[in-house]
Write a protein that binds this ligand. Sequence first.
Ligand SMILES: *Cc1c(COP(=O)(O)O)cnc(C)c1O
Length: 362
Amino acid sequence: MEEKRIHNFNPGPAALPLPVLKEIQDSFLNFKGSGMSIIEISHRSPLFEEVLGDAIERTKRLLHLDDQYQVLFIQGGASLQFCMVPMNFIKVNESADYVNTGTWATKAIKEAQVLGKSVQVVASSEDRDYSYIPEDIQFNPDASYVHLTSNNTIKGTQWSKYPDTGGVPVIADMSSDFMSRPLDPSPFGMIYGGIQKNLGAAGVCLVILRKDMLDRIPEGLPAMLSYQTYASKNSLFNTPPCFAIYTVQLVLKWLEDTMGGLDRMSVINQRKAALIYEVLDSGDFYKGTVESGSRSLMNVTFRLPDRDLEKKFLDEAIKNDFTGLKGHRAVGGCRASIYNAVELSAVQALTDFMKTFAKKHG
Ligand SMILES: *Cc1c(COP(=O)(O)O)cnc(C)c1O
């Protein structure tokens, strides 16, 4: 029997491609003829090694990464990276530059400070409630790295072009726009992202590390908190979250083989976002919360004329099979998260619903 599926605009965990979910279902009891489930086999078996290897190879192909880069899987979510990054890469008497573009960036800064590391917030958009991406930033030429958040899931802003840091390695939290568009890896010393937004089932962080970054890592870190451990053991120092990595492999296969890679995915993502922004800009009923030029193609944030209408909108949306449209609890309003797996047809259905609602209540 075909299960009923609704239009899923959740911010994370979020929609996954239907063919991926079906493949998981089909092979769940008997993975590749083994007579066992993917969650019952050894992480050191050839069957799992193939899953891990394929996920790594596809990541490298999709992002055009050469052998300077290593692909790692680390548990603890993006939130653990907030502490591992400064722990591994800010040496004694050094300082790192951070750009503060919202909640997640603020958390990353706090975690560095908790460790007693020196950080400089070289730019912030707090003055206008994080509604824009800062420009013309002066970076410190001897900073250990520059940390930025490529897409701000909660406030709905996104870097459309990464800043020139004058050769200082950029470390980017790409949790909510990883693999949503093509990437020039050259400025990045490291890229990381929790996979539960655009790449798979919750439980692991995808980390891309430029190998020269390994030279900075101090001796004496706890094994599980050192990138060296993951890099030298191909993410198999201890038992990895096998199922989560398997879902990443399937999503990457879908991205590469079915969707035709990141150039094509990015065109579709632009069309989806444009459809919603068009509705926001077409009258006074809906109001986008982000300054033009900084708008996210992944998380579209907006308000209605008042809170009662916002509540009514969200209630009616649910009755019409649209879920996940409530803004983050810290900011209120509405947000449509339109990650890779959210189909154009779902976005079209949403914009039709939005237009009808505006006509009725505007
Ligand atoms: C969701 C999110 C996080 C937190 O991810 P966890 O995997 O839950 O730790 C961090 N950064 C950004 C940009 C996010 O969207």
